[in-house]
Each structure stands twice: as C-alpha cells, then as structure tokens.
Design a binder for this molecule. Structure first.
Ligand code: 48H
Ligand code: FE2
Length: 262
C-alpha cells in the first residue's frame, strides 16, 4: 500500500482555505441555531430539509446536548408518540414499552440525529459559543448573533466577537435559555420576561413545551428547554419527545414566516 504523501504546509493551507470559504459562506444565513442538543438538531434538520440555509453553533466539541448523558448517565431515553415518527424517519431503533411509549439508546439517537441533520444540508460548527445577538430598530428585530470561541471564553480572554447574520435565530441552548436571556437583558424594548422553569410534571410539560415553542420576539425563536425557562413550564426528566417536536415546530414556524415575508 502506498499512502499518499502530504506535507505539513499543504495540510495547513488546505484546512485554512476550506475553513475560511465556509465562514465566508455562513456569515449570512436564513437560520442560525444556537445549540446542537435534541431541539436544536431537530430545528436544523427540518429547516435544512426545507431548503433554508442553516448553521448550528455548538459550544462543545460534541453533538447531542443532554442526549449523551441519557437518564442519570444510564444510556437510555424515553420517547413518546408522535415523536417516534421522527426517530423512525432517521432510522433509530425503538423498544416499545406500552402503546406510544418507547425507549431508545442515547448514543444511537445522538449520532443518527446529527448525521440526518448534516445530510439534510445543515452546517454544524463546534467549539463556538454565541454570547450576544445583533438587532435593528424600525422595525425592531433580532438579525443575527455574536460568536466567540468557547476556548477564548474558558480562558477569560477579553476578545471581541465576530457577527453572523440570520433571518431567524433559534435559542436551543437548553435550561438556561442563554440567547433569549441576553436579548431580554440588553434589549429591554423586546419586552421579554423570563420567569424560569417549574419543577417536574412530565405529563403536562411535554404538551405545553411544544405548544409554546416558536417566535418570542421578531427574528428570535425558542426551542426545547429554553421554552420551559421563558414560559414557566415544568421540567419533564429524560423523556425527549417534546424536544424533537419543539424543534420541528420552530422550523415550521420559521418556514411559514420567511415565506410570508418573501
Ligand atoms: C453555543 C450553546 C450555548 C451557547 C448552550 O441542553 P440541550 O440538550 O438542550 P435541548 O433544549 O435541546 O434539550 C434539553 C434536554 O437535553 C434536557 O435537558 C431535558 C429534556 N431535560 C428535562 C429535565 O427535566 O431536566 O442542548 C443545548 C446545547 C448543548 O449542547 C450546549 O452545549 C449548547 O446547546 N449551548 N452553544 N452557544 N451560548 N449554550
Ligand atoms: Fe434537562
């Protein structure tokens, strides 16, 4: 076997060229999704599938957010109907426990959801934290995000961010609703109040989370546990149907809103 010889400088230059081509391209988007957990990946999957230019920024170097930890580190998660249809669509095996209630392996769920999202055309960028938004007045609207290396933040270095534009920004950051929190604090005229999520009440939490998912201010959307945080909805534990359906609903709202404005 003859392994192709590539020197270090070529390796460097190829990576830099491909990277900066990508960053030039996704500095302007239809949809920016913050967080590659279940709700963010589902929102990205359905947005990209509909032909929207979609970029996901994920703070960590992995996919899946809370999926990977399973339930208290046990490698299983519960999924209920109709979210099982999404998992069937992307080929995740379901173990049926009762009518409409299934258990899945967290590693399979995480890997296949991420792969389906990328195959649908979304770009997922790891190691990047969104720490602010861009906004415009008249009309008041969120028009993009500020991005920073996670490593820069961890080192507490004072470095100014770069900016990425989007017609729709989705906060899929989980329990802390980080993007909506910063927008509510720094742009009070958006009128966003954050009451915080409530203690566990799984049966009602799933339905409420999906119903309340969507646009929270012009150009700014909430998916997943970010919705429970900003709408005072109970948590639900390691059942993930609402996370997927929330991401899907947000993608559908974005598609509808962007079509109405075009
Ligand atoms: C870039 C960021 C930033 C940032 C965070 O926590 P997640 O899994 O979020 P959801 O809402 O898709 O899913 C929630 C689910 O995992 C969960 O916790 C449930 C169902 N809990 C129920 C209960 O009772 O506790 O994923 C969020 C992702 C993570 O990967 C973060 O690293 C990432 O977003 N992230 N990425 N910039 N500012 N903040
Ligand atoms: Fe959680």
């Amino acid at each position: 076997m003859n392994i192709k010889q590539v020197d270090e400088i070529k390796i460097t230059r190829y990576i830099l060229k491909a990277t900066f081509e990508d960053w030039m391209d996704f500095s302007v988007n239809d949809v920016v999704i913050v967080g590659a957990g279940p709700s963010g990946l589902a929102a990205a999957y359905y947005s990209a599938k509909a032909g929207l230019k979609t970029t996901v920024f994920e703070r960590r170097l992995s996919f899946g957010g809370g999926i990977g930890g399973g339930a208290m580190l046990f490698h299983k998660i519960v999924i209920e109907s109709p979210a099982d249809e999404i998992l069937r669509e992307i080929g995740v095996k379901l173990q049926k426990f009762e009518e409409g209630v299934y258990v899945v392996d967290s590693s399979e769920f995480m890997a296949k959801l991420a792969a389906a999202t990328i195959d649908a055309g979304a770009k997922i960028i790891h190691g990047v934290t969104v720490d602010d938004v861009i906004f415009r007045e008249n009309p008041l609207r969120v028009t993009g995000v500020a991005v920073e290396w996670t490593a820069t933040q961890m080192a507490s270095l004072h470095v100014d961010p770069l900016f990425i534009s989007a017609k729709a920004v989705v906060d899929a950051t989980g329990h802390d609703a980080e993007v909506i929190s910063v927008a509510s604090r720094k742009i009070p005229e958006l009128g966003i109040v954050i009451p915080g999520e409530k203690s566990a009440y799984s049966e009602i939490a799933e339905q409420l989370t999906v119903e309340q998912s969507g646009e929270v201010a012009p150009g700014l959307y909430a998916a997943g546990m970010a919705v429970t945080e900003i709408k005072a909805i109970p948590r639900m534990g390691p059942i993930f149907g609402a996370m997927l359906l929330s991401g899907k609903k947000v993608a559908e709202d974005i598609i509808k809103n962007l079509q109405a404005n075009s």
